[in-house]
Write a protein that binds this ligand. Structure first.
Ligand code: ACO
Length: 334
C-alpha cells in the first residue's frame, strides 16, 4: 500500500483469560445439550468465564500490560489505549479505567464497539493515527465478557461464548506492515444477532415519559449468521489480498474470529489454505467476541508459530452485522 506518511508495525502481543473453566458436560446441567452436540457443531470443548469480584477492565488491563512488556516499551510511552469491547463495565466506556490500571498516564483512551469485528476495526483505526504521525505507540485491546449477557437457559447461544482479552502494541514505523484492510457493515441485518436495549416507558412529569428499560440477552439466528460468515469472510479476505497485490499462496497464517470450527474450516477450504496455516483455539475458549483474534494471535506468537516477518491474515465478523479483514506482517521488518 503506497502512502506518504509513516507506517505501522505490530510489535508485541498479550492476552488474559479467567481461571474458571466450564466444560461442555457442565452445561448439560443447565440446558438440554451434550458434549457430543457442541463439539460436532462448533468444535468448542471449554470456555473460561469471569467470576464475581473481577471486571472487564482488569482482564483487558492484564492483556494490555503483557503486550506492552512484550513490545519492550514503558506504559508511559503509550499515546492511545483503544479498547474494542461490547461489554464494558461502564456504558460511558471502560478504556479510561484500563489506561489507569496499566499506568499509561500519557495516553488518551476510548472504547470502540463493533462486536466480533471490534479488534480488526480497532487495529485499522489505530493504523490511521500512526500513519498520519499523530501517535507513536498505541495499544489495541479486544476484550469481552459476554457471559454477563448470555441467557444461560438458551441452549442456542449459551454453549457458544466465553470471556477473554487480547492486545497488541502498534508502533509508528518507517516500513508499513499493515498491507491491506477492508471493513463492512450491514445494519439492515441487525436482527440476526443483537444484544439490544428494550425500552420500557416511564411517566416522568406532565406529558413527558422517558425510556427506563434494560438490555436483553444475546439473541442470534445461528443459521443466518453461519451462512453470512461462510459467504462474506472468504470474499473479504480475497478482496483484501487482491488489493494488497497478494495471493493466498503468500499467506503464512490465517487467524479468523473464533466462532465455530466449521466456519474456520470452510473459509480455509475456500481460500485453499492447508490446516497447518490455520490458527484455532476456540476448543478451549469458545467465542470470546472482540478478544478472539488477539487471543489466538498471542498464543500462536508465544508458541513460536507466528514469527517476525510472517504474513498474517485476520478476519472478524459478527453483530452489526459487521465484517472485515486486516493483513499484516508480524513484528518489525526492515
Ligand atoms: N445442544 C443441542 N441441540 C441444540 C443446541 C445445543 N446447544 N443448540 C441448538 N440445538 C438444536 C436446535 O434446536 C436444532 O434442533 P431442531 O432441528 O429440532 O430445530 C438443531 O440443534 C440444529 O440447530 P441449528 O441452529 O441448525 O444448528 P447449526 O448446525 O446451525 O449450529 C450454531 C448452530 C453452532 C449456532 C451455528 O449456526 C453457528 O455457529 N452459527 C454462527 C454463529 C456465529 O458465528 N456467531 C458469530 C458472531 S458472534 C458475535 O458477534 C457476538
Amino acid at each position: 500500500m503506497k502512502f506518504d506518511g509513516a507506517g505501522i508495525a505490530i510489535v508485541g502481543s498479550g492476552s488474559a483469560t479467567p481461571q474458571a473453566v466450564v466444560r461442555n458436560d457442565d452445561l448439560s446441567q443447565l440446558v438440554d445439550t451434550s458434549d457430543e452436540w457442541i463439539r460436532a457443531r462448533t468444535g468448542i470443548r471449554n470456555r473460561h468465564l469471569l467470576g464475581e469480584n473481577s471486571s472487564l477492565s482488569e482482564l483487558a488491563a492484564m492483556a494490555a500490560s503483557k503486550a506492552i512488556a512484550a513490545a519492550d516499551i514503558s506504559p508511559e510511552a503509550i499515546d492511545l489505549v483503544l479498547l474494542a469491547t461490547s461489554t464494558p463495565d461502564d456504558l460511558f466506556g471502560s478504556a479510561a479505567k484500563v489506561q489507569a490500571l496499566i499506568g499509561a498516564k500519557n495516553a488518551v483512551a476510548f472504547d470502540l464497539t463493533a462486536a466480533c469485528s471490534g479488534f480488526v476495526f480497532g487495529l485499522v483505526t489505530a493504523a490511521q493515527y500512526l500513519r498520519t504521525g499523530a501517535f507513536q505507540n498505541i495499544v489495541v485491546i479486544g476484550a469481552d465478557v459476554l457471559s454477563r449477557w448470555v441467557d444461560w437457559g438458551d441452549r442456542n447461544t449459551c454453549v457458544l461464548f466465553g470471556d477473554g482479552a487480547g492486545a497488541v502494541v502498534c508502533q509508528r514505523s518507517s516500513q508499513d506492515q499493515l498491507l491491506g484492510f477492508e471493513m463492512y457493515s450491514d445494519g439492515s441485518r441487525n436482527d440476526c444477532l443483537n444484544l439490544s436495549y428494550q425500552e420500557k416507558p416511564k411517566y416522568l412529569i406532565n406529558d413527558v415519559s422517558i425510556q427506563k428499560g434494560d438490555y436483553q440477552a444475546i439473541s442470534m439466528n445461528g443459521r443466518e449468521v453461519y451462512r453470512f460468515a461462510v459467504a462474506k469472510v472468504p470474499e473479504v479476505v480475497e478482496k483484501t489480498l487482491f488489493r494488497a497485490n497478494l495471493t493466498a499462496a503468500d499467506v503464512d497464517w490465517l487467524v479468523l474470529h473464533q466462532a465455530n470450527q466449521r466456519i474456520i474450516d470452510a473459509v480455509a477450504k475456500r481460500l485453499k489454505l492447508p490446516a497447518e496455516k490455520v490458527i484455532a483455539n476456540l476448543h478451549e475458549y469458545g467465542n470470546t467476541s472482540a478478544a478472539s483474534i488477539p487471543l489466538a494471535l498471542d498464543e500462536a506468537v508465544i508458541a513460536g508459530k507466528i514469527k517476525t516477518g510472517d504474513l498474517v491474515v485476520t478476519s472478524g465478523f459478527g453483530a452489526g452485522l459487521s465484517w472485515g479483514s486486516a493483513i499484516f506482517r508480524w513484528g518489525t521488518v526492515d
